[in-house]
Design a binder for this molecule. Structure first.
Ligand code: NDP
Ligand SMILES: O=C1O[C@H](COP(=O)(O)O)[C@@H](O)[C@H](O)[C@H]1O
Length: 515
């Protein structure tokens, strides 16, 4: 248990959690269930209150019913029959408020003081913005004008992605927020950083003698990062058609994963030192200098009609709230170079897409091949060693090594030493939002993105977006249910590599230990 977990100085004096956007999808599917899990695990204690804020009218009782339904549907903990549910929901209240109405914030402040008195909370306030990004600036301004930041405890702003649309808009947003909150009070969420196996990357890398010494250009041939989804855009067509895969998943989740794989060991395992190392990676990304470089290194695609698991699926342009002539990408793949001493010459291949055949997040580190004819003086086509980190939905790691085929004299066969963490821990593994809400409440910003990370990521992504905007119809189409445009395979084939099958699928020749 580390120092922060031991002391919990920030939670000992209680806190009020404000969920702005309390009637929305994120609050219902992720935030209320996360708060309940934290409560069940005793991490919140009793000195807390949750105030849901949104425009539509709700009584406290109606709101508590919404919360109860959301937990029943989405929480990993089921409500036990002998629990007094009132003990939990009495901590929840609702305030109907339009973000643009300062008077509403003054009323909210009065309501909060009563709650703080009731639950013995010493003025600590955490504001979670589960709102459209256009509202982030106004909320922070009105929190200040409405007196919500005058309480004597700490104040923290937790902001959902997307943080801006490009570097320019992100800068403006940041300036607005900085008028009210200091950088150390801002917790920018990237929920991938709350995932168990993403947090495990540091440990796998820095706690194992047989990885770190090999973790460089001398031994690693390439790195592959895949975030594939089977879902389409569902009810979020309006937002997604404006954003696209590059902004929705690339600027944040994929680049964050890349930094965790590529960063140098931090001086100390503390938030600022870790984030210092991550931002150095982002600054080392080689920017594509021309539209031709973008064309050569980045593939974009959009799904058309297709089928998945026997079910016919519509094309992207037929989805709800999507422009029928849209050229928004639902897929992209890229070859990325990290120009520093450790990684010079090692390609990082990244890809993400909707309506792909499998839901998975996986990082494959492919090591350089051994010479083919050194083993017993005979010629063998040795497979490269792989380290595969499975993030989602299966959590675990496997290492692919070469070993003698049992019973044969010298035949060599790949063997996967497989550790499926989720098979062992199962649903007891905390969800990303549980960790992140808890971390924000206790003041640990390690797994939140600092402004220099966000701005460096936008600088890299903007070059791609600008090249695409200049040539919007230059997009590949792929059938829903396929692995995306063929050109994405060519990115690797040009370098003599190929995408490794995700989840170890189709690896018929591999012997799987532990299966
Ligand atoms: N849903 C998800 O899985 C994810 C969402 N996000 C991000 O989280 C944020 C919220 O997303 P999501 O929950 O899906 O969005 P929804 O559209 O479902 O919810 C938006 C919420 O904002 C409230 N709201 C809108 N305008 C105002 C206003 N003027 N004053 C007060 N409240 C207002 C709405 O309530 P009312 O209409 O009652 O005012 C509603 O509660 C977005 O930034 C999104 O990009 C990020 C990752 C995943
Ligand atoms: O942030 C987002 O992430 C989800 C995928 O998250 P996961 O935890 O299920 O892998 C994606 O569907 C969504 O479009 C995006 O906004």
């Amino acid at each position: 248990m580390n120092e922060i977990e031991n002391n919990l100085p920030n939670l000992a004096s209680g806190a009020v959690f404000f969920i702005f956007g309390a009637t929305g999808d994120l609050a219902r599917r992720k935030l209320f269930p996360a708060i309940y899990s934290l409560y069940r695990e005793g991490k919140l204690g009793e000195r807390f209150a949750v105030v849901g804020v949104a425009r539509r009218p709700r009584t406290n009782d109606q709101f508590r019913e919404d919360v109860t339904n959301s937990i029943g549907e989405f929480c990993r903990y089921k409500v036990e029959a002998d629990t007094d549910w009132n003990d939990f929901v009495r901590h929840f209240e609702y305030k109907s408020l339009d973000i643009n109405n300062v008077d509403g914030f003054r009323e909210l402040d009065e309501q909060t003081k009563v709650l703080e008195h009731e639950f013995n909370i010493e003025g600590n306030r955490l504001f979670f913005l589960a709102l459209a990004p256009e509202l982030f600036g106004s909320v922070s301004q009105n929190l200040s004008k409405g007196g919500m930041l005058d309480s004597k405890g700490w104040h923290r702003l937790v902001i959902e992605k997307p943080f801006g649309y490009d570097l320019e808009s992100a800068k403006k947003l940041n300036e607005q927020i900085n008028e009210v909150f200091r950088e150390e009070e801002i917790y920018r969420i990237d929920h991938y950083l709350g995932k168990e196996m993403v947090q495990n990357i540091e440990v796998i890398r820095f706690a194992n003698a047989f990885f770190e010494p090999l973790w460089n250009k001398n031994h690693i041939a390439n790195v592959q990062i895949t975030l594939s989804e089977t879902v389409g855009v569902e009810e979020r067509g309006g937002y997604y058609d404006h954003a696209g895969a590059l902004r929705d998943m690339g600027q944040n989740h994929i680049l964050q994963l890349l930094t965790m794989i590529a960063m140098e060991p931090p001086s100390r395992m503390v938030a600022e030192d870790i984030r210092d190392e991550k931002v150095k990676v982002l600054r080392s990304l080689r920017a594509y200098a021309t539209p031709e470089e973008v064309e050569a290194n980045v593939v974009r695609g959009q799904y058309t009609t297709g089928a998945l698991k026997g079910k016919d699926l519509p094309g992207y342009r037929e989805e709800q709230s999507v422009n029928p002539e849209s050229n928004t990408e639902t897929y992209f793949a890229a070859k990325v170079s990290v120009d520093n001493f450790r990684w010079a010459g090692v390609p990082f291949y990244i890809r993400t897409g909707k309506r792909l055949p499998v839901k998975t997040t996986e990082v494959v580190v492919e090591f350089k091949r051994m010479p083919t004819n050194v083993y017993l003086g005979q010629k063998h086509n040795l497979e490269p060693n792989l380290l595969v980190i499975r993030v989602n939905p299966m959590e675990g790691i496997y290492v692919k090594i070469n070993a003698k085929r049992p019973g044969s004299e010298s035949e060599i066969q790949p063997l996967a030493m497989d550790f499926c963490q989720s098979c062992m821990v199962g649903i007891n593994s905390p969800e990303a939002y549980e960790r992140l809400i808890f971390d924000a409440a206790r003041g640990d910003s390690t797994y939140f993105t600092r402004w220099d990370e966000v701005s460096s990521a936008w600088s890299f992504v903007d070059k791609i977006a600008e090249a695409w905007a200049a040539n919007p119809t230059n997009i590949e189409h792929y059938p829903a249910g396929s692995w995306g445009p063929e050109k994405a395979s060519e990115l690797l084939a040009n370098d003599g590599f190929h995408w490794w099958p995700v989840n170890g699928q189709d690896e018929d020749e591999v012997i799987w230990a532990n299966k």
